[in-house]
Design a protein around this ligand. Structure first.
Ligand SMILES: O=C(O)CCC(=O)C(=O)O
Ligand SMILES: [Fe+2]
Ligand SMILES: [Zn+2]
Length: 390
């Protein structure tokens, strides 16, 4: 019997301070030291190899990880000069390091964290809209249950657009629904009313039609999620418009790959100014990640500022902009429906563009209340709900 087991035998296996359930993973069947790593095999035949330094870094004892905050205390700056002694017992892997420190890892915890495992599997991947896409709707009463909220959160992260329906016609209900996460305040406040105003400081506060756009492209980080809660919609016109940036970027890549390169590699200026603010940034219209997937889109023609480009590059930029604009506003990509009072539409502002048709303020009232949220808060809620719902 090795000394590590002797040292740990007298006490019950340690409780690892984790909020995500991990106990259901298979047990470890083998742990073999190689050079500076440990080769692990679980009972379901899964193998992985973990460097000793990684194992030392992930020790979950109270010295290495704060038992209340669950945050890391250990700083991995020391080389591991000597291999630890290794024991498998009580569903745990025990490692006794050269300085006598003992680390205990639950088999299921390690199984979830092996490098090959996908992390945060509670979150759906974004899916570009299909031809017949229509947003998922969750009744307000269901939204207030864990299952209903989960359906809505899943649709938001997957499709970037979802509805809440049959909601009460009461002021500020949008804030109550959003209240599960901190709201993102901007120069338009933490919560805003969309209706035509006598002295508007934004196109949304007039009755004009708004072509597809994102809000606040002039901010370093535009708000992730926008909620628009419809309280009144009796005016003629005012239909809502949406289009999926993830889908349109794919179409642009097919139709005009050069336009995609120009729009993603040319920073341009965006700026908003009123009496008290001047918020400006230089950024490309399209940002892609290293795999060519959409990170964010900044399309908003009225907040686009002076185009500062070398004169010889301007024609190509305008032509690329036109190609993108026409794709977004084409019947193949633009979705149109009328928001009814008691419906709340939510969309991923950095992926899904929104707009509205012109309305006639003399024909009836149109009143939406809106707020913004961070995408992090949606993902967080979904992970928390995944702890308790199937
Ligand atoms: O009036 C609408 O439907 C949308 C207005 C808008 O673009 C906004 O509030 O950001
Ligand atoms: Fe907007
Ligand atoms: Zn430790």
């Amino acid at each position: 019997m090795t000394s590590a087991l002797a040292a740990t035998e007298k006490r019950s296996p340690p409780q690892m301070s984790e909020l995500t359930p991990y106990e259901h993973g298979p047990a470890l069947s083998d742990a073999t030291l190689t050079d500076s790593s440990l080769a692990l095999t679980w009972e379901d035949g899964t193998h992985t190899t973990l460097p000793l330094l990684w194992l030392r870094d992930h020790c979950a004892c109270a010295q290495c990880r704060h038992p209340q905050t669950r945050e890391r205390l250990y700083l991995p700056l020391d080389d591991i000069e000597q291999a630890p002694s290794v024991t498998l017992a009580d569903g745990h892997l025990y490692l006794q390091w050269q300085d006598g420190h003992v680390s205990a890892f639950h088999s299921g915890w390690l199984y979830q964290r092996r490098p090959e495992a996908t992390r945060f599997s509670a979150l759906p991947a974004p899916q570009p809209w299909r031809d017949d896409f229509f947003p998922e709707g969750v009744r307000h009463a269901d939204f207030l249950t864990p299952e209903g909220e989960k359906t809505w959160l899943t649709a938001m992260l997957r499709d970037g657009l979802a509805l809440v329906t049959d909601a009460p016609l009461v002021e500020e209900e949008v804030s109550r629904l959003a209240e599960r996460g901190p709201q993102r305040a901007t120069n338009f406040g933490g919560r805003f009313n969309v209706r035509s105003k006598p002295t508007p400081n934004n196109a949304a506060y007039t009755a004009v039609g708004l072509p597809l756009h994102i809000d606040l492209p002039n901010w370093q980080q535009p708000p992730d999620i926008q909620l628009l809660y419809c309280l009144q919609n009796d005016a003629s016109g005012g239909e809502s418009l949406f289009a999926d940036g993830a889908r349109v970027i794919n179409a642009l890549r097919e139709q005009d790959p050069e336009a995609l390169v120009i729009l993603s590699e040319t920073p341009i200026d965006f700026r908003f100014q009123d009496d008290t603010h001047d918020i400006a940034i230089k950024a490309p219209v399209i940002t892609l990640d290293s795999q060519g997937e959409l990170v964010e889109i900044r399309l908003n023609n009225w907040i686009r500022d002076t185009l500062h480009l070398p004169a010889e590059k301007m024609a190509a930029w305008y032509s690329a902009y036109k190609a993108l604009w026409q794709l977004f506003h084409s019947d193949a990509h633009q979705l149109e429906f009328t928001l009814k009072p008691g419906q709340m539409v939510a969309f991923d502002n950095r992926r899904v563009l929104h707009g509205r048709r012109e309305f006639d303020p003399n024909s009836g009232a149109r009143h939406l209340q809106g707020t913004y949220l961070d995408r992090d808060m949606l993902a967080s809620r979904l992970r928390v709900l995944a702890r308790t719902t199937a």
